[in-house]
Ligand binder design. Sequence first.
Ligand code: SPV
Ligand code: MG
Length: 431
Amino acid sequence: MPNIYTCFCTDVIHEGHLRILSEAQKYGELTVGVLRDSEMVRYNRFPVKSTEERVAMVEALPGVSRVIVQNAIMYDDVIRDLHPDYVIHGDNWDQPALAAIRENIVSLLSTYGGKLIEVPYTRNEEVAKINRKMREQLAMPEFRRSRLRKLLGMVPIVKTMEVHSGLTGLIAEKTVVAEGGCIDQFDAMWISSLCDSTNKGKPDIELVDMSSRFRTIDDVMEVTTKPIIFDGDTGGLTEHFGYTVRSLERMGVSAVIIEDKTGLKRNSLFGTEVPQTQDSIENFCTKIRAAKDAQLSDTFMVIARIESLILGKGQEDALTRAKAYVEAGADGIMIHSREKDPTEILSFCDAFRKTDATTPIVAVPSSYNIITEQELIAHGVNIVIYANQMLRAAFPAMEAVAKSILTHHRAFEIDQNILPIKQVITLIDQL
Ligand code: SPV
Ligand code: MG
């Protein structure tokens, strides 16, 4: 009997999946692959159910002879091992990522004469409703908040993109690339104090008040599902910070990062060019403890940011602080540097990992942007934040428009460089 294979990457079975199953039966004995959690993430389908629950769900379906776990989005291993006569899949190849998967399947099958069967994708009100509900569930505060901790256990590094508005949130949420046989996208979003302030035309000195910062979070949350890491600056007064933590938790933010500075906060990338004061270990530990005491959920994370390298205090000071902050209850540490060369950051990470194998490390490679994610992973980094590139891209683009219109006394010349109006009005999906 010929064997036929399909892969399901879903938490919910709908009419479309059942149609694939009944079609598959016409060809032979069906094996269904259940895509593993970490790959569901790359595929823009964050799983609500565990791999085991999804396997059990598929095993209970009619016409399924065998269920296996598919370990990678691309089909190389599964086709090599199963050698299916047929692979069956919906014909929804419209996005680039899906088109790359199709190419992968077709090229593997062609090596031995296997065939791809494409079933018309089921597009009806019921299926659309199920897909919408799955997305909405991901956006609920309780679920979204827990997603960062889950990701830390699932992926080698949590790729985090700066966002400062609904629109930039949508870019971080939806951008997917299919490059060299891999599919990739961002895992989380960073609400940077620098970019949130700059976007409001204000300096990054804790001037933008919390209500306004929360408004930015809300704008992003309304249109996205990915977890949010909030830049909490110094956290303000210890007596106030517990209230901030509770508000962030209630909103569904996953983590706050606070930096060990005190007094008028200036952006770290100024380094020692402007006066900046590092907080005492004792005070900062008290602030961390207050936050952890105020926290109500199990999933929210308070991450302590160490400014020793920024302020020229050296690695030993940074390590002493890291140890103290973790002992005070910090759920992670962020180490920052404004050097172009990543050596000091990597040296810190190696030294920290010798004494602490588990506390998540966060890195923000704005200055040492030469470093790759693979190198960060090799030195024990768990979260990488691309902290300001989205805003820096927008500013020169908008300034060029302003200059072109002033220069030419009309908007004709710049038109070819900007998004067509047709695309603007269709850019945002309606509910
Ligand atoms: C931010 O993005 O606001 C940060 C990172 O805090 S940095 O600007 O490098 O200090
Ligand atoms: Mg900041």
